[in-house]
Structures are given as structure tokens and as C-alpha cells.
Design a binder for this molecule. Structure first.
Ligand SMILES: [Zn+2]
Length: 142
């Protein structure tokens, strides 16, 4: 499967990260092989024709895209699905096998997700929850 985000070649101005100038001058296209979610149990790769802009200052700017993050070989969807499976799946090894990746990648992904969630609960409220519980058993009332 080969995709181009904007087949009509419409240039979208991108902001240069180094000098903040807006540029829509296309520098080049590069084909990037991105591992995507399985289709009917078959490995799927997307060949993404990635556009790069060039700023007058010389800096190259990769176009924003919904498919793949910077420096990643797997699609965003793939990473999300892997994350979900890592939490609900049997174990890292089995999950890695299903996603055709190494257990190391699976563990790193899991650590990344855990770190994100740990940050969210760094500060616990003084009171977490107040609950009442009443239960009747054959041992008596609680
Ligand atoms: Zn620039």
C-alpha cells in the first residue's frame, strides 16, 4: 500500500522550528516504509511519500502527518494498538510476536506508557475516596 497525504500536491505552510519563518517551499520527497496494523493477520506496511519543506534559512522541515511520528518506523495506530495489547495481553513476548516486533520494543513501549501515566498521578489528593460497605455473610454482619 502506498499513500501520499496530499496527492494534489497542495503545499501547506509549515513553521521552521529554528527561525519560526513560515515556508511552503518543497525540498523533496522521501519514501518511508512504515509498519502498520495487520490486515487479516497479514503484516502490512505503508509506503509513505513524505514531503520535506525547506526554509530560507536552510533548515528542512518534515510535513505534519497523521500517520507516523518522527524517528518512528511504526505507525501511530500501530503504537496505540500495541500499547493496548501490552496492558491487556498475556505477556510481553506473546504480544511482541503478534505485533511482529521484538520483546525489547514491547517492553520499551510499555515503560513509555507507564511513565506517561505515572506523571499524571504524581500528586495524590489527600482524600482519595470515602466509601461505605455493608455485607452480610454467614459469619455475621460487616
Ligand atoms: Zn528557518
Amino acid at each position: 500500500m502506498c499513500v501520499s497525504l496530499r496527492p494534489d500536491a497542495e503545499e501547506i505552510p509549515h513553521v521552521c522550528p529554528s527561525c519560526k519563518t513560515k515556508t511552503s517551499r518543497v525540498h523533496d520527497y522521501r519514501r518511508q516504509k512504515v509498519q502498520h496494523l495487520k490486515l487479516f493477520e497479514r503484516l502490512t506496511y505503508v509506503f509513505y511519500r513524505k514531503r520535506r519543506y525547506v526554509c530560507p534559512c536552510g533548515k528542512k522541515v518534515a510535513e505534519q502527518n497523521p500517520l507516523v511520528d518522527r524517528y518512528q518506523r511504526h505507525s501511530k495506530e500501530w503504537n496505540q494498538a500495541l500499547g493496548f495489547r501490552l496492558i491487556h495481553g498475556k505477556n510481553f513476548k506473546d504480544t511482541a510476536l503478534q505485533f511482529h516486533t521484538s520483546p525489547n520494543t514491547a517492553v520499551r513501549r510499555f515503560d513509555h506508557i507507564s511513565a506517561t501515566h505515572l506523571k499524571e498521578v504524581e500528586e495524590l489528593p489527600r482524600v482519595i475516596a470515602i466509601d461505605e460497605y455493608k455485607g452480610d455473610t454467614d459469619q455475621g454482619k460487616y
